[in-house]
Design a protein around this ligand. Structure first.
Ligand SMILES: [Zn+2]
Length: 363
């Protein structure tokens, strides 16, 4: 038993849809053959030489990393250059490489949810800017008696979510007319006769990553031989917020929180910028390099922002905005999410007897 690279990529695209990634983030299959059989997978933070060597040592056919190997277009692949070296090693060992980056930062259960959980935040909600995604309106015409079944099927497949409301739909009654031609097997009417059918026009909102699944689910329950439906791209674009904000299990001084974070993240070098005596109740988190979310954290009424890397000018902005900034380490703030990704893959791949290994990162 095994799985193909394509099947694993398909699964990753479901839990971290590609259009949730930030613009120009080169996620997805970066190297390799989609048809390759996979029996062993290594999940890691970076496609660095140590990780590639580990993937070879464990005889993996697939390496999945949070950070992409090829970030910008490259014009040369030289084996004396770190990126070229990794490309060479992966190709020689026939190891495919998939990157799951900002799409996994944003995803429910991804990097920032895992980080919020790792430091014990409660009542966690999203905050801050994030990539916009395309949404569609799916309109379908059904006989009256099938209206609820069609709405149910589309809602099950991910249509009709507006804020905290699910199964949102609109329907209105009207008349559909058609003439079945020779060879047709109409649900209503006869071949050669003009038919006027009482129908409902159902409208539901669908995010782009669910569009295909929603159409398929709708077609499965719809009684017509030929289903009339329309897909309209919308100008309004939903935004996935990148960060998470939540409450600490108990309020603590910023200086105490620094020690608490050091212990939770396994990084004794967590740095604090801002007022060490400020009482912290609400903490915003952005794994990796996220100190530019300071203003968003302030707007979200967070007392502190934990991120992996702090740009110098944010270190003094933290004082002015009165949001304590914690620098927890790039790797340390993203590894909880990488381990979570490996757990999800294990659940998916265990029935196929595919082994999933993990490797830690270096700050
Ligand atoms: Zn990162």
């Amino acid at each position: 038993m095994a799985a193909t690279v394509r099947e694993i990529l398909h699964y990753l695209n479901e839990i971290a849809p590609p259009d949730w990634a930030f613009p120009n983030d080169p996620i997805g299959l970066q190297i390799g053959d989609p048809a390759q059989q996979v029996e062993r997978v290594l999940v890691a933070l970076d496609p660095d030489p140590r990780t590639v060597a580990n993937a070879r040592y464990r005889q993996c056919q697939l390496l999945i990393t949070h950070h992409p190997l090829i970030y910008r277009s490259i014009s040369h692949v030289r084996f004396d250059d770190p990126v070229g070296m990794a490309i060479q090693a992966l190709c020689e060992a026939k190891i495919a490489l998939i990157a799951v980056h900002t799409n996994w930062d944003v995803a429910p259960g991804g990097v920032n949810d895992a980080l919020a959980e790792a430091i014990g935040l409660q009542e966690v909600r999203p905050f801050g800017k994030g990539p916009a995604r395309q949404e569609y309106k799916l309109v379908v015409f059904t006989p009256k008696e099938h209206t609820n079944a069609v709405i149910d099927a589309m809602a099950e497949a991910g249509a009709g979510i507006i804020g905290l409301y699910r199964r949102c739909a609109f329907y209105a009654e009207g008349i559909g007319t058609y003439e079945p031609m020779e060879g047709a097997n109409p649900y209503l009417g006869q071949v050669g006769k003009r038919e006027y059918a009482s129908e409902y026009r159902i409208e539901m909102l669908v995010p782009s990553e669910r569009l295909e699944a929603v159409i398929q689910a709708m077609l499965r329950v719809h009684p017509y031989e030929e289903v009339a439906y329309d897909v309209y791209p919308l100008h309004t674009r939903a935004e996935h917020k990148l960060g998470r904000v939540g409450a600490l299990p108990k309020p603590m001084l910023a200086s105490e929180l620094r020690d608490y974070l050091a212990e939770r993240l396994g990084n004794p070098h967590v740095r604090l910028y801002g007022k060490p005596n400020k009482l912290i109740r609400t903490v915003a988190v952005v794994g990796g390099a996220g100190s530019e979310y300071l203003a968003d954290a302030q707007r979200a009424l967070a007392d502190a922002l934990l991120t992996g890397e702090v740009r110098h000018h944010h270190s003094w902005e933290a004082w002015i905005r009165d949001v304590v900034l914690f620098e927890g380490g790039h790797a340390e703030t993203e590894m909880p999410g990488v381990l979570r990704l490996a757990d999800r893959l294990r659940e998916f791949l265990a029935p196929r007897n595919v082994e999933v290994f993990t490797q830690g990162g270096v700050s």
